[in-house]
Design a protein around this ligand. Sequence first.
Ligand SMILES: Nc1ncnc2c1ncn2[C@@H]1O[C@H](COP(=O)(O)OP(=O)(O)OP(=O)(O)O)[C@@H](O)[C@H]1O
Ligand SMILES: [Mg+2]
Length: 256
Amino acid sequence: MVVVEAEAKLEAVDLEAFYGAERVLKRLRIPLVQGAVTAVIGPSGSGKTTLLRCLSRMHELTSGARVQGAVLLDGMNIYDPAVDASAVRRRVATIAAKPNPFPSMSVRENVLSGLTLSGIRAQDAESIVESCLHEVGLWDQIKDRLRIPATALSTVEQQQLCIARSLALRPEVILLDEPCSVLDPMATARIEDLMHDLRERYTLGIATHSMQQAARVSDHVAFVLSGELIEYSDTDRLFTRPSDVRTEDYLTGRFG
Ligand SMILES: Nc1ncnc2c1ncn2[C@@H]1O[C@H](COP(=O)(O)OP(=O)(O)OP(=O)(O)O)[C@@H](O)[C@H]1O
Ligand SMILES: [Mg+2]
């Protein structure tokens, strides 16, 4: 069967990442397809977080860390010296595992914080707050409490708020690193539903330890082991007919 791949919005090409002399990603080629969720799975230490950070020009912020190879965003190498890293970080948003709203700011200020920090004065601040909170499914429950501190929200609401905050900068790609790792099953379901909705308008990448989560939310899966891409495939296929024995061993819990 010939599988015709949809066009990649963001694509790692021969991507290598180093911490000092240690090479932790080895010539990865992974596409993130537009309008889909790509899950990166693999045991702890396999390089999932490092990969996501390389895709958004965050890796280089770690002292001694560097990248080799390319990451193409709409075909443009984000590591080209002429490219502005902060512009890339606006187009490729990252969401941390543990919700990290600014504690001294209100819900409203948090949504607008990316714009404020980038020096952008939004004419239509109120409508941005409304549309971003709407997009993450928080508006109805929170519209009368926009001025309460962000930290007064429940953990899952804080995670939704962090996603709303990134949406205010109108990203094209959203990368989520274990976004449910501190959430209970109900809250996890809420974030998974949200990812499902968001993929219609954005390109999503998620790192997860949970194979069940990858199976539920993703369209494509990349299995990474010790910094190497072992297998990239449609989600159904990877879980039902993995082509590499190491994928099968991981899926069946033989390691990791
Ligand atoms: N700041 C750092 N300095 C040096 N080495 C690092 C640093 N961060 C990560 N590493 C190493 O890079 C490799 C990949 O780590 P990474 O955190 O990307 O893996 P991961 O798949 O996200 O793991 P986990 O599932 O535990 O989150 C590991 O060997 C790790 O020890
Ligand atoms: Mg990680």
